[in-house]
Design a protein around this ligand. Structure first.
Ligand SMILES: [Cu+2]
Length: 114
């Protein structure tokens, strides 16, 4: 939705100011989007339990600096494309988060801790 609004705005800018301005705007906007993707909130933790039916895990995680979260033990919904069979209780993991519906954060990627 926001992106399509931006496309409409970019088209408007193109009409008003000519192609040079619109291209500069597109470049700045694209780099901002890439930075946002690289800056996904991330942290590390230990899996306590896996709820396959609910597609969520209980995890004791360290601080998530990007969200100003302290370390805690909590349930996390897990993105639908992540295979929960790869996650075992006791596993130490690194993860990234994304905001899902309702503003809740869900695990967007997860891998064994280094
Ligand atoms: Cu937490």
């Amino acid at each position: 939705m926001q992106f399509s609004r931006w496309v409409a705005a970019a088209a408007g800018a193109l009409a008003l100011f000519g192609p040079t301005v619109a291209v500069q705007h597109a470049t700045a906007e694209t780099s901002r989007i890439v930075v946002a993707q690289q800056d996904k909130p991330s942290g590390s933790g230990t899996i306590n339990s896996v709820d396959a039916a609910g597609h969520k895990v209980n995890m004791t995680h360290g601080p998530v600096a990007a969200l100003k979260w302290p370390g805690m033990t909590m349930d996390f919904p897990v993105a639908a494309d992540i295979d929960l069979k790869a996650l075992k209780p006791g596993a130490k993991v690194g993860f990234t988060l994304k905001q899902a519906g309702g503003g809740m954060y869900e695990i967007d990627s997860i891998k064994p801790a280094q």
